[in-house]
Design a protein around this ligand. Structure first.
Ligand code: ATP
Ligand code: MG
Length: 364
């Protein structure tokens, strides 16, 4: 239904899209993933005709929408874009936001448009907000209204550009559950996302974008488990491991916990695992700092890995200092509740010391 051939786009000397080939079937749900700056947004914006490609074709049901005589408005009626901010009209209430285009563009009566809007509000779980102003809604609610507004035009295709990137974990789940509902309803969905577990669970196929091309594509189970090409492998590997280098005592604990949250979501780990990782990481960093780096700025490397086979989480701390194993000091920790908890919840510890580097491995 959508067929893209040799799509290219440059900004000045930089070739961002370098010959994209792809075909997407009617009703399919495609997740687009890839490193930051790979051109995912440019690709999506090109499909939505918000960027003019330098060359190549985008055929929708056999018709080239990049052709000069294309009626862009007609194309946009059938293809909605939900972008990352929630660009509702701030001076219109929810109902008017949703019904504006159906009334003005599709010439529906106000009553028809409003009846349809109420159905869509029910679908996104926000009937009670029909007459609220956008500023009275949370980010997640605004994004769900943006989806309802898009659906009001009965699109055949919806393009999402990181629809949850500005949202906290709870709101992210709300929005993703709506998108999940849409898949399987015959609407073709193309979603740029950093939510890998969502891509894994919901997408029919995943496109990995790199080098300005669809570098590799496949069913989620294949692409995430057995990527074939080198860069896809490297990308998938970065998803499996979380790394921090801590260089100052006043490191950003909030940012680190946010990344641990993200990592847990990515790996489908529940809040208990999340809590354990955060607790162990925070306590051990504190303990290592207390004993090793009183005066100087340290270099502490931390790696968090998850092994789905046995659902094991491995934390590896590496720090250059004279030999110091936090778990050897147990006698001194009796009044340290945090360390006692960490000791209690660990499945095992390992400690090595060589060439002046301490390596502590904890399995949770
Ligand atoms: N309008 C523009 N003018 C110039 N350069 C642009 C423009 N839009 C995008 N680029 C460049 O194109 C490249 C790809 O950008 P794009 O936004 O598509 O990346 P992305 O894959 O969506 O990344 P992210 O995951 O961070 O959103 C970037 O190097 C960006 O700076
Ligand atoms: Mg982007």
């Amino acid at each position: 239904m959508i067929r893209i051939d040799n799509l290219t786009k440059c900004f000045g000397p930089a070739k961002i899209l370098n010959g994209i080939h792809a075909s997407i079937n009617k009703g399919e749900c495609i997740a687009i993933i890839g490193p930051s700056g790979a051109g995912k947004s440019v690709f999506l914006r090109s499909m939505a005709l918000l960027e003019k490609p330098d060359s190549g074709t985008i055929l929708i049901n056999g018709k080239d929408i990049t052709a000069k005589d294309t009626d862009i408005n007609k194309v946009r009626e059938k293809m909605g874009l939900v972008a990352q901010g929630f660009n509702l009209f701030s001076h219109l209430n929810v109902m008017n936001n949703i019904t504006l285009a159906p009334i003005q563009v599709r010439k529906q009566t106000k009553a028809q448009a409003e009846a349809h809007a109420m159905e869509l509000l029910a679908l996104v779980g926000l009937e009670e907000k029909a007459y609220a102003m956008p500023s009275e809604l949370s980010g997640g609610q605004q994004q769900r209204i943006a989806i309802a507004r898009c659906l009001a035009m009965d699109p055949d295709i919806i393009l999402f550009d990181e629809p949850t990137s500005a949202l906290d974990p709870v709101m992210t789940r709300e929005v993703l559950s709506i998108i999940r509902k849409l898949s399987g309803r015959g609407i073709t969905l193309v979603i740029v996302t950093h939510e890998m577990d969502f891509a894994r669970e919901t997408a029919d196929r995943v496109f990995y974008l790199d080098e300005g091309t669809v570098y590799e594509e496949g069913k989620p189970a294949d692409l995430f488990k057995n990527p074939v090409r080198e860069k896809t492998r490297a990308f998938v590997k970065t998803l499996e491991t979380l790394r921090f280098t801590i260089t100052s005592k006043s490191y950003d604990l909030v940012a680190m916990n946010a990344r641990i949250d993200w990592f847990c979501r990515l790996h489908g780990l529940d809040s208990r695992h999340n809590y354990r990782i955060q607790l162990a990481v925070e306590e051990l960093i504190q303990e290592i700092f207390l004993h090793c780096f009183n005066a100087i700025n340290p270099d502490l490397d931390l790696t968090v890995e998850h092994f789905s086979v046995n659902n094991e989480i491995v934390l590896i701390f590496k720090y250059r200092w004279e030999l110091f194993n936090p778990f050897d000091q147990q006698a001194g920790h009796q009044d340290n509740l945090g360390m006692t908890l960490v000791t209690g919840m660990a499945r095992s510890f390992d400690f090595e010391y060589s060439d002046g580097i301490n390596k502590l491995i904890i399995k949770l």
